[in-house]
Unconditional design. Structure first.
Length: 276
């Protein structure tokens, strides 16, 4: 009797689709993965079983930004034996989490003639703020190598082996000269989670923090250093508010330095529409 293949689903929430495209970019490797699983639901690849499940593994891209999103992710979690999130949007709220520091009602009034027709939350939050998540894969976008590692580890029944160090370690491995030491270029590498292969520093650019905070990063110390070397305080706040602005401790440090207005905004509920 032929063993039943694990049923896999890929889901999209508020995002740019970049992490789903990383899966499609696996090309030859994807054919091997597809041969080992039943890819039941993946609209980007033209697979649609109706989304009814159940699924052995759900892969989720994107953040929660609407009341319907909050309901839908709970429905998906209930139909999924395992659930992993991929990318900065799903793991920390993404670039759209910049709304969390501002007045969304003001945006609606400016952009839409009839804001009452728009159903949205005032925050963009990670999937883990709403349902239990078995594993988070960071990046904006995620890397092909790490995605394949997560998929193969699922098939093998083991925990994925992903790096826990900072981008600085990747720079050392690549033989890069430190852009901050050599050129005075602002860089978030010391506080950013590894995984990109030190892509930006390899081209003499500072790290932008796409993969979110490293384990136990000393964010205040690095920002103090950047300011001491001439970066305006306001620019230091903006440096922490990019792809993973709502991830701790980037969020709390940017709020602390931005002043009372940002503190008041950050005090709002983080996961409106989430399960109690």
């Amino acid at each position: 009797m032929t063993p039943t293949k694990p049923r896999v689903a890929v889901w999209k929430f508020a995002s740019c689709d970049g992490c789903q495209l990383t899966l499609l970019d696996c090309e030859d490797e994807l054919l091997e993965v597809a041969g080992a699983v039943d890819l039941a639901y993946f609209l980007e690849a033209g697979q649609d079983d109706g989304g009814t499940g159940p699924y052995d593994l759900s892969i989720v891209e994107g953040s929660i930004t609407t009341p319907r999103d909050a309901e839908r992710i709970r429905e998906i979690r209930a139909r999924s034996r395992h659930l992993i999130t991929i990318g900065a949007c799903a793991t920390s709220g993404g670039i759209q989490a910049l709304r969390n520091f501002s007045d969304v009602e003001e945006f609606l009034a400016i952009v839409y003639a009839h804001p009452s027709f728009i159903s949205t939350l005032t925050t963009s939050t990670a999937i883990a703020d709403h349902v239990p998540v078995d594993f988070e894969l960071r990046g904006c976008p995620i890397t092909k190598q790490q995605l394949l590692e997560v998929l193969s580890s699922f098939l093998a029944g083991r925990r994925p082996q992903t790096p826990a160090h900072s981008v600085c370690v990747e720079c050392k491995v690549a033989g890069n000269t430190c852009v901050t030491v050599a050129h005075g270029t602002p860089c978030l590498g010391p506080i950013t989670h590894a995984g990109c292969g030190a892509l930006c520093p390899s081209f003499a650019r500072g790290c932008y923090g796409c993969f979110g905070p490293a384990e136990d990063p000393n964010v205040p110390a690095l920002v103090d250093l950047l300011v001491a070397h001439g970066m305006p305080e306001a620019d230091a706040v903006l440096a922490l508010r990019t792809f993973t602005a709502w991830a701790e401790p980037f969020r709390s440090e940017s709020v602390r330095r931005a002043g009372p207005v940002a503190v008041a905004l950050s005090a709002r509920p983080q996961h409106e529409g989430s399960a109690p």
